[in-house]
Design a binder for this molecule. Structure first.
Ligand SMILES: Cc1ncc(COP(=O)(O)O)c(C=O)c1O
Length: 484
């Protein structure tokens, strides 16, 4: 580590927009409190700088013969290696495919597996839709339940593997839940899967930015065969997703998406595919996105993933100690044993719609959280005891019969740069809400279900101007007539 290395104590200064002030209902402004990192994190300044430095050298990659193309190709290819090594991949045996995000990675894998409808994919009832729906399209999916407040039931998984013996081709689990933050015992699961002759996939979207991850050597029974993650959840929001998996798997079979870049030889009746990973990266690749993610990983490596994990763990404990004391809080996930949980806190407040809690946090606290069901409806409904077919009390005073009024929960989530001041601001606002001390009058939009404060009419264009599509099309007409 050199003197320039980024440390966890000063990483906040490397966050783009950390001081951005936002308007509050009382007319004042305050720096935004960003507690929605599980959805998407802000960018590292180092990432922006690296992109800026690169842009004069920017060129399309791989098939260009010019100097810039060679530089860009070298950078793009080496970014793959950085992203693979970050999760401990042995790059002699594994490859890294760059796609758009975790969702696209899982869809690719689902199609590359050449499943039949008789093949079984074992997943769990606590997955993000992205690690459930793609498998449903191509195989018979069996969902394992949870025990002890959100832990994957490994006994049930073992029973299912036994029940479907010979048919289970893949076990697909999250690395950490996007609702409870609980980390899955991915290596234990890998051992179970391998023992049953199946491979294992880990959806690491909520894990890699928060915990050290090592897929282990390929011949280790606890090795993770496939893993995916998204750059926008780790300080490089420029549209890259990473899929890691065995070279021989991707070298075989047909690419699922075809076109430019994937084929070495094409005649009118014959195609020979490029070697992996090129055969799986159809079209012109996102060079800037790959570079951005690799630079973010360099920063994370400087911080040290153990330091990141320890810092976020401390914040989680600090927050939970305070939040538990607020009356009317209903938590989803562990409140005491926090050591196997990333910094995700999901909750409701008694007798309050989560959308209202979120709106007050935003309008009166300048705090960004998320509310809803976090693209994990089966699990969210289970936690809320909502039966989709029946009207039931969803646990927060709202009776629901359909999804348009399905209230969900509120989620706050930390990043490596979050600090105790962020937590204090959040706790202070929740205390105010709990004692009904908030100032605004909030109205619910009947169509969207979203809440907004009366009189808090923000002209967002004053803060960051959107495109004026009418002006753009006028300009277009002008330039067309000038040339016509
Ligand atoms: C656990 C989990 N898996 C998958 C995804 C999908 O990630 P992306 O939207 O980057 O494809 C998310 C996103 O929130 C997630 O939390």
């Amino acid at each position: 580590m050199n003197n320039q290395s980024m440390r966890i104590e000063n990483v906040r200064s490397d966050i783009v927009g950390i001081d951005t002030a936002v308007p509050l209902l009382d007319g004042s402004k305050r720096p935004y409190v960003f507690l929605d990192n599980a959805a998407s994190t802000p960018a590292f300044k180092r990432v922006l700088k690296r992109i800026e430095d690169f842009m004069p050298w920017y060129s399309g990659v791989h098939r260009g013969t010019g100097f810039k193309s060679r530089i860009a190709t070298q950078l793009y290819d080496s970014a793959h290696d950085v992203c693979g090594r970050f999760v401990g991949a042995d790059l002699d045996k594994n490859i890294v495919v760059f796609l758009k995000n975790t969702t696209e990675c899982i869809n690719k894998l689902a199609h590359r597996f050449d499943f039949t409808k008789d093949d079984v994919v074992v997943t769990t009832g606590i997955e993000h839709h992205s690690n459930d729906l793609p498998w449903r399209k191509v195989a018979h999916v069996v969902h394992v339940g949870v025990v002890n407040g959100g832990h994957i039931d490994l006994n049930e998984m073992q029973d299912i593997l036994q029940q479907f013996k010979g048919r289970v081709k893949l076990v697909a689990v999250n690395g950490a839940s996007n609702i409870t933050g609980i980390c899955s015992p991915i290596h234990d699961i890998a051992e179970l899967a391998h023992g049953a002759g199946a491979r294992v996939f880990v959806d690491a979207a909520q894990l890699v930015a928060h915990r050290p991850v090592n897929i282990l050597p390929d011949d280790d029974p606890r090795h993770i065969d496939f893993l995916a993650y998204s750059a926008h959840k780790m300080y490089a929001p420029f549209g890259t997703g990473v899929l890691v998996g065995p070279k021989n798997f991707f070298a075989a079979g047909e690419p699922d998406t075809v076109g430019g870049g994937v084929a070495a030889i094409v005649t009118l009746d014959h195609v020979e595919w490029n070697p992996a990973p090129h055969r799986d990266e159809a079209g012109s690749p996102n060079v800037v996105g790959g570079l951005a993610l690799a630079e973010a990983i360099c920063v994370m490596n400087e911080l040290g993933m153990d330091s990141v994990a320890a810092h976020e763990q401390h914040l989680l404990e600090y927050a939970m100690n305070k939040l538990k004391k607020i009356s009317g809080m209903v938590f989803y996930g562990p409140v005491d044993r926090l050591d196997d949980k990333v910094g995700v806190i999901t909750f409701n407040m008694e007798e309050m719609h989560p959308g209202l809690v979120g709106a007050i946090l935003g309008a009166e606290g300048g705090i960004g959280v998320r509310n809803g069901y976090f693209c994990a409806q089966p699990y969210a409904k289970k936690l809320l005891h909502v039966d989709a077919d029946k009207a039931e009390d969803a646990g927060c005073g709202v009776v629901t019969t359909d999804l348009s009024t399905f209230p969900g929960m509120v989620r706050a989530s930390f990043g490596c740069y979050s600090n105790e001041n962020d937590v204090d601001a959040f706790v202070e606002m929740l205390e105010i809400i709990s004692r009904k001390g908030y100032k605004g009058t909030y109205i619910q939009d009947q169509d969207s279900g979203a809440f907004s404060a009366e009189g808090f009419d923000i002209n967002y264009a004053e803060y960051f101007h959107p495109f004026d599509s009418k002006a753009e099309s006028k300009r277009q007409q002008f330039s067309e007539s000038a040339w016509g």
